[in-house]
Design a protein around this ligand. Structure first.
Ligand code: 5AD
Ligand code: SF4
Length: 426
């Protein structure tokens, strides 16, 4: 009988892919199969995120809960970015943890599994050759790593300290992986990296890579995350706009609309550059879907700086916003900045930003009424119905069953809501 693995994955797409990798290793070599029942598990893994403080605080209480509920003899492992960052401190603070495996060490899962107290958190370790794995949580789309790590030094971000230096994976390996996935039915390829459009390997850049992946016959759609606004040069935007297999949905993490704050964040671009790129995209692709990440109340952010962020929101009218209050992180430059913003002011700014975005989003949503989109169906919803993404990134749901999964259909929107556009196959 197989042993059971319970795995909780927090954070970004990179973490989701790392979890797939861990699952593949454990099922292939260690006879594990997945369970969603904690009490049934022989091994409990928490794949953590450390980008903000709250989830890190929650980790230890969660370990306590898992330890109480787990069956006799079950092991607990902590993986991911918080594992990289806290290392052996985790076991000191929570002795019920059997091992700690950093975000850049996923391929060592089998080594740590059998060593009580093992800690593998080397951020110089080159995981790029292990970035592929056979387990995929979806039959219809496949995440494919194109690079690991991050060389940017954004002053708020802990990621370079948890995932290490940026390494681009050879393009031929990426294409081979995408081909394999597409041939087995995943018509959508999701390219992953911390800074995808900084990809560079043997003279090939990210635009070249997009074109190469699009030449695979079985691939119908290509998405990617995350690009960096700094590297949105004309060549990239043109390939993005003109390559028909590349979905017209772009994540443009703004972080702040104030050039002064962007400088303190070391983002490498100005408000004007960001606006220029966003307008260029809207000009080239009238239907483009632009999402963003915004941090409010970064140290030193004045009312005027915040107004600059609101101004960008007003001008770009993002289709999707992920917004956060600045959270000081260890191992980052900004954690040393003394001019912290009062937490009440931070909350007010976050709420002002989100409120205005919701209004804009309501207008964008209403405008989708009656429109038609090509939707690639990939998910049965628990509420009934089948969901998928429109080419330009909207979540669309229709009535239907499994038969729609893995197919692309034209859908007319009949009931647009903020998070989901409901419609009918035409
Ligand atoms: N505080 C708040 N938000 C942060 N992010 C990254 N670091 C921090 C931090 N210290 C946000 C950024 C990034 C997203 C993944 O998380 O907006 O784009
Ligand atoms: Fe963090 Fe900046 Fe790298 Fe993104 S680009 S992961 S924000 S350091």
């Amino acid at each position: 009988m197989s042993k059971k693995l319970f795995i909780e994955t927090l954070g970004c797409a990179m973490n989701m892919r790392d979890s797939e990798h861990i699952i593949a290793e454990l099922s292939k070599y260690e006879n594990y199969s997945l369970t969603t029942d904690l009490k049934d598990a022989d091994l409990i893994l928490i794949n953590t995120c450390s980008v903000r403080e709250k989830p890190v605080q929650k980790l230890f209480s969660e370990i306590g809960v898992f330890n109480k509920k787990k069956k006799e003899g079950a092991k607990i492992g902590v993986c991911g970015c918080t594992a990289s960052h806290l290392g052996e401190e985790i076991i000191k603070k929570a002795p019920s943890v059997d091992f700690v495996l950093g975000a850049r060490n996923v391929s060592k899962i089998r080594d740590v599994l059998h060593k009580k107290g093992a800690v593998e958190v080397d951020i110089d370790y080159d995981e790029s050759q292990f970035a592929f794995s056979e387990f995929r949580s979806s039959l219809y789309k496949a995440m494919v790593n194109i690079s690991i790590g991050c060389d940017k030094q954004c002053t708020f971000c802990i990621v370079p300290s948890t995932r290490g230096k940026e390494v681009s994976i050879p393009a031929n390996l990426i294409v081979q992986e995408a081909k394999k996935a597409a041939k087995s039915g995943a018509k959508e390829i999701f390219l992953l990296g911390q800074n995808v459009n900084n990809y560079s390997h043997e003279g090939k850049d990210f635009s070249d890579l997009l074109n190469m992946v699009s030449e695979i016959d079985e691939v119908e759609r290509i998405r990617f995350t995350s690009p960096h606004p700094l590297h949105m040069d004309d060549k990239f935007l043109e390939v993005f706009a003109s390559n028909e297999k590349v979905c017209k949905s772009m994540h443009m993490p703004l972080q702040s609309g104030s050039t002064e704050i962007l400088k303190r964040m070391k983002r490498g671009y100005t408000k004007e550059w960001f606006l220029d790129r966003a307008f260029r995209l809207r000009d080239m692709i009238p239907d483009v879907h632009i999402s963003t990440d915004i941090i409010v109340a970064f140290p030193g952010e004045s009312d005027e700086d915040f107004n600059q962020t609101m101004d960008v929101l007003e001008k770009v009218r993002f289709e999707q916003l992920f917004s956060f209050k600045y959270s000081p992180r260890p191992l980052t430059k900004a954690a040393e900045f003394a001019d912290v913003v009062d937490s009440k002011v931070a909350s007010q700014r976050l709420s002002t930003l989100q409120k205005r975005h919701d209004e804009i989003l309501d207008e964008i949503t209403d405008a989708q009424m009656g429109r038609e989109f090509e939707v690639y169906f990939e998910e049965l919803r628990s509420s009934g119905g089948v969901a998928g993404r429109s080419d330009n990134g909207f979540l669309v749901q229709v009535q239907g069953s499994e038969e729609l999964l893995g197919k692309t259909k034209r859908v007319k929107i009949t009931y647009p809501r903020r998070t989901t556009l409901y419609g009918e196959v035409v």
